[in-house]
Design a protein around this ligand. Sequence first.
Ligand code: FDA
Ligand code: NAP
Length: 450
Amino acid sequence: MDIAGRPSQEIYDVVGIGFGPSNMSLAIALEEHEASSPQHPLKCHFFERQPTFGWHRNMLLPSTTMQISFLKDLATFRNPTSRFSFISYLHAADRLVQFVNNQDFFPTRQEFHQYLEWAAAGLRDRVTYGAEVTSIRPAGEAGSGTSDILEIEVRGGDGTTSVVSARNVVISTGLVPRLPEGVTSDERVWHSSEFLSRFHAQAPGDLKSVAVVGAGQSAAEITRFLYDSLPHAQVTAVIPSYGYSVADDTPFANQVFDPSAVDEYYFGTERARDSFWRYHRNTNYSVVDADVIRALYQRSYDEQVRGSQRLHFRNLTRVDEVERVGSGARVVVRSVLDDRTEELALDALVFATGYDGLDPARLLGDFDRHFLRDAAGRHRVERDYRLVPASGLTAGVYLQGGTEHTHGLSSALLSNIAVRSGEIADSIVLRRTERELGSGRPVQAARSAA
Ligand code: FDA
Ligand code: NAP
C-alpha cells in the first residue's frame, strides 16, 4: 500500500500537491467529471502538509470579512448546481434563510473557513493530511526529461518518505511569506502568516508595546486587532505610504477577476498586460478594504477626542534594522520624509510585508531545467496552466498559483478557482483521450468536467 492507502504500483492520473481552496476546487471538478462519466474515472489523490484542513488560520481574526462574493466559492462559477457550493453549505448548516436576511455578499473569514472545512470533510477520502511533498521528478533514468510518468516524493507525519507515481501533478502550494532581507521570525518578531499562533503564545500582559509593519490588508487588520485586544498597549503602525490606500472593488475594476479576463491577459499584448498591472494593482496589493481603514481612523480620532493616545502611525516610514534585545526587539525605523531615524523598543514586531508567489522550482529541483522560461526568466505556462516542457515530456505539471505573469491578477486569488480547476480537469481528460487514441486503445468520449 502507498501513503494514500492504495496499491503501491498504482499510477494516478492526477496527484494534487497542497489542499487549499485551489486544489479542493480541482478535487470537486474531478469528482463531478467522474459522476458525469462513471465508466471512465480518473484516479486522483491530494497531499496536504497540514495535519488537518486549514485556510490561513493564523489570520482568522474576529470580524474580518472575505474579499470576494460568496458566489465565488469552490464550484459555482463552473457548476452552479454543485453539491459543494456555498449555498449548499448554508443549506446544510440550516442558515440559508438567515444569510439572505443578512443581505451581505461578503461572509466573514470565520464563516468561509467553516464552509471550506465542510467541503474538505466531503472530500476526505481524496486527501492525505500531514503529508508534505518534497520533490517531483520524472520516472526512469536520472536526469531524463522524456517521461510520461512522474514520481512524487511524500514525507508523512512520522517522517517516513514514500514515492507515488502519476501522469499529472497539480502544484497548488500557495503564497510564500515574505520578510525583509536579513529579518528572521522568532517568538517576538512575527510574519503576519503566523500571527495568531504567535500572539496566543504570549501572555497579553507581556505585550505593552507592539508595532506592525506594512500598509496592506494584513497590516491594517492586525493593527486593529492588537489595538482592540491589548487595551493597555502602545500600538504603532509603520506604514511605507502616506496613509492606507483603499482596495478598489468597484464593479468595473472588479472585472479584472472575471474568468474572461484570463484570456484577455493570456493572449493580450505585452502592453495590455502592463496596463492590467498599472491600472489595477490596487485591486489587491498594498491596499486595504475601506471599512478597516475607517475603523482605524475612528479609533485614532476617538483618542484625539479623549486626549489620550496609544495608537501611533509612522507614515512614509520603513524599517532599517531589527535586533532582538532580551525578551523584545529594538527596531530602527527611517522616515522617507526627512531621512530621520527613530528607535522603537518593542515587545513584539509584526511584519505584514506580504508574500511571494508560488515558485514550482522549489519542488522540481533539478527537474526544473526541463521546463522553458521566457526572456525575463519566468516559467512559460500553457493556457491550460501546464508548464511548457523543453523536451519530449508528456507527463503534465500544472500550476494553480504562480501564473500572474501569464494568466493575470486572479492567479493567486479565489475569484477564478472554480473555472480554472474545471479548465485543468478538462485538459487532463483531453490529454488522456489523446494518449489513448495514440496508443490505439478504445477511448470513452472525453467529457467536460462541468
Ligand atoms: P493556499 O495557500 O490556501 O493553500 C496551499 C496549501 O498547500 C496549504 O494548505 C499548504 O499547507 C499546502 N502545502 C504547501 N506546500 C506543500 C507541500 N510541499 N506539500 C503538501 N502541501 C503543501 N483571496 C481572495 O480571493 N479572497 C480573499 O478573501 C482572500 N483572503 C485572504 C486572506 C489572507 C489572510 C491571505 C494571506 C490571503 C487571502 N487571499 C484571498 C489570497 C489567497 O491566496 C487565497 O485565498 C487562497 O489561499 C489561494 O488558495 P490556494 O489553494 O492556491 O493556496
Ligand atoms: P500586501 O498587500 O503585499 O502588502 C504588503 C505591505 O507591506 C505593503 O504595504 C508593502 O509596501 C509593505 N512592505 C513590504 N516590504 C516592506 C518593508 N521592507 N518595509 C515596510 N513595508 C514593507 O500583503 P498582505 O496585506 O499580506 O496581503 C496579501 C494578500 O492577502 C492580498 O491578496 C490580500 O487581499 C489578502 N488578504 C486578505 C484578507 C481578508 O480576506 N480579510 C486579509 C489579509 C490579507 P509596498 O507597497 O511599498 O511594497
